[in-house]
Design a protein around this ligand. Structure first.
Ligand SMILES: *Cc1c(COP(=O)(O)O)cnc(C)c1O
Length: 389
């Protein structure tokens, strides 16, 4: 339908015009601006000029698509990538045959051969993992580059001080493989001046001093923005690449995602009528209601809904702000389009649920969560369109 593209253009950035030809099978469109992703990478790299900027593309590139995002980042100069799981690393490897890929969740028992076959590096987080990796490398003669994860107060993954001392007492383990990186992770890097951050950095230095010298990495997106004290030899940029705010009060990154949901139908209802499950929202005026084909199963979080007691989130149709009406359903959400010209708010049109005017963090705040969760909840039903790159 030839009006479809025109309606899309009216609701999105001018530079996407002509790039996106919606298909009748699309229920919603997730537009991913790879130029913005690359600009964010450059900005984070320039903040830590003495360090290598690695890119974290776990959870399918924070929900946006790990392979296209990683390719764009590699084109921008990223050489080292972090994912969470072995499966994610195996999916990424064919796209980036030359890159260094670390697996943050470490080495599951018996997994060493899978790492070696795809030239992947485990982030070794406890003594048993180190012993197994060292044993495998010794038995096979594989050089075994890997990271050693130190826990400086997070109590999640990594060796604590007792573990570091025990490791230092086992030089035969450290000689059996290549400890190519020593890393730790900050618990409170989302807040400027949190005393825990310095406690962790100091402990990181004390722990590193007990181990053979190796490149070090402490900062993720928040730590990069906290300053050079935390940059070491490599930073691990994640959410900020994708436009999320990692450090409270930091200037916003460039928005990377726009989400447009298709209007399935527009209906009319009047004062006293209620909308949706629980009859939670009662209309107070003659209203036009657009029903879009995205709901909480698509990451449009249920807490974004409204009720008589609480205003919900809103979206946009062109310049028009459209509030959510009632509860968000699994696959559908209702928006109040009473004030929007009929030519824009009609079957086959689009409502922008997320985008430069309504960022992942703003939407997250509405849903009492964080931008990370909004991004990683973006579901598989969306058609992902990559722009630029
Ligand atoms: C997820 C993760 C990162 C990236 O964190 P962001 O806050 O998204 O930048 C870096 N390091 C580790 C260990 C992680 O788990």
């Amino acid at each position: 339908m030839d009006g479809a593209e025109q309606r899309l253009n009216e609701t999105t950035w001018p530079h996407t015009a002509g790039h996106i030809a919606p298909d009748p099978r699309d229920t919603a469109l997730l537009l991913i601006d790879l130029d913005a992703l690359r600009a964010n990478y450059r900005r984070l790299r320039d903040m830590a000029p003495g360090a290598e900027t690695a890119a974290v593309v776990k959870a399918d590139g924070y929900g946006l698509g790990a392979v296209p995002c990683a390719r764009a980042l590699a084109a921008e100069g990223a050489r080292t990538f972090f994912v969470a799981t072995l499966g994610e690393a195996l999916d990424l490897r064919p796209a980036l045959p030359e890159a260094t890929i670390y697996v943050l969740d470490g080495l599951a028992p018996g997994a060493a051969e899978h790492f070696v076959a795809a030239q992947l590096r485990p982030v070794l987080g406890d003594l048993a993992e180190i012993e197994e990796w060292a044993g495998y490398c010794r038995a096979t003669g594989y050089a075994g580059p890997a990271a050693i994860h130190l826990d400086t107060g997070f109590n999640r993954l990594g060796l604590d001080m007792t573990g570091v001392q025990a490791l230092a007492a086992r030089p035969e383990w450290l000689e059996a493989f290549d400890p190519a990186l020593v890393m730790s992770h900050l618990a409170c890097a989302d807040t400027q001046g949190d005393p825990k951050t310095d406690v962790q950095a100091t402990l990181f230095d004390e722990m590193r001093a007990l181990l053979p010298p190796a490149p070090a990495s402490l900062a993720a997106s928040g730590g990069i923005q906290l300053g050079p004290r935390y940059h070491y030899d490599m930073t691990r940029a994640g959410v900020a690449l994708y436009g999320g705010q990692a450090l409270e009060g930091a200037p916003p990154m460039q928005p990377v995602v726009t989400l447009l949901a298709r209007i399935a139908t527009v209906r009319e209802a009047g004062p006293g009528d209620t909308v949706g499950y629980g009859a939670a929202h009662t209309l107070t005026r003659p209203s036009r209601i657009a029903i879009v084909t995205a709901g909480y199963a698509d990451g449009y979080i249920r807490l974004l809904g409204g009720s008589d007691a609480r205003e919900g989130a809103h979206g946009f149709i062109g310049p028009h702000k459209v509030p959510v009406l009632g509860r968000v359903s699994m696959d559908l959400t209702a928006f109040d389009v009473t004030n929007v010209p009929g030519a824009l708010a009609r079957r086959g049109g689009w409502i922008e649920l997320l985008g430069p005017r309504l960022t992942v963090d703003e939407l997250a705040a509405r849903a009492q969560t964080i931008g990370y969760e909004v991004l990683t909840s973006l579901g598989p039903r969306y058609t992902r369109h990559f722009i630029g790159g």
